[in-house]
Design a protein around this ligand. Structure first.
Ligand code: MG
Ligand code: MG
Length: 262
């Protein structure tokens, strides 16, 4: 079932997503060699709670932390730990969710730790651009496949692998609503996009092959099958009369240079 949101509901989703964006900005200010992923998780939880929300991931299907923090070949759903220490040259994908006023926020950003190699920088830029290209297709009258194909075609044109085991989703009172939003697919296929839909587009792009391993003993963390680096950005987008409206990062309070406008 796809729930169409009213303008008031979209505003509550926007409030949540702006808090997620501010939390990611706060986390980004603390990313540095020597920092543990547990430290980042703790500061995010404190930040979220101090702004009147609760971390949406904590306890979700038993997930034990407020953030998913996935380093290098980890695709998504890395579990923060006092034993995981960031090192110069790593890339760190941080996925964050909030719950407040009956609605959820959800966004992810991949940060570089210090200086990263040029080819890694390119993977990050291409993943960001793939998200932009997918977002541009998020308008009433298009289909989910138009988003999927735009992401896939752009990423694959650089020889990268597009993860297929995981996908974006609708967002509302629940973290995962219909429709699923795959990052690969065919134009003109899939559910029709309508005004009032709110979706998360979240390409996971690998430097190597697209295959991901989903059988980590911790029950959560997905990794690239070939050990290559994986990068992810995620925005929450409302489909409005005026076109795609990004709910995640357009507040002027977000002056962090890595939170970009479309
Ligand atoms: Mg997310
Ligand atoms: Mg999501």
């Amino acid at each position: 079932m796809i729930y169409l949101k009213t303008e008031e509901e979209i505003e509550l989703l926007r409030e949540n997503n702006l808090l997620v964006s501010r939390t990611l900005a706060e986390v980004g200010r603390h990313i540095a060699p020597g920092v543990t992923t547990k430290e980042l998780d703790t500061l995010a939880e404190d930040f979220i709670r101090s702004h009147g929300a609760v971390p949406a991931f904590l306890g979700y299907q038993g997930f034990p932390a407020s953030l998913c923090i996935s380093i290098n070949e980890e695709v998504v759903h890395g579990i923060p730990s006092s034993k995981r220490v960031l090192r110069e040259g790593d890339i760190v994908s941080v996925d964050c969710g909030t719950f407040m006023k009956g609605f959820v926020g959800d966004s992810a950003y991949t940060f570089a730790v210090g200086e990263v190699a040029e080819e890694v920088r390119q993977l990050m830029e291409v993943t960001k651009e793939a998200l932009r290209k997918g977002t541009a297709q998020a308008k009433a009258g298009n289909r989910v496949g138009d988003i999927s194909a735009a992401v896939q075609e752009y990423a694959e044109s650089f020889g990268y692998g597009v993860v297929r085991e995981l996908e974006g989703h609708g967002l509302g009172r629940k973290m995962h609503e219909a429709p699923g939003v795959p990052n690969y697919g065919a134009r003109g296929r899939g559910p029709l996009l309508k005004q009032g839909m709110v979706i998360c587009i979240e390409p996971m792009i690998n430097m190597g092959g697209w295959e991901a391993e989903m059988d980590d003993p911790n029950g959560w963390t997905a990794r690239t099958a070939d050990g290559s680096l994986s990068c992810q950005y995620e925005h929450t987008i409302a489909i409005t009369k005026q076109g795609p409206k990004i709910l995640t990062s357009q507040d002027p309070i977000l002056d962090a240079p890595y939170l970009y406008e479309f």
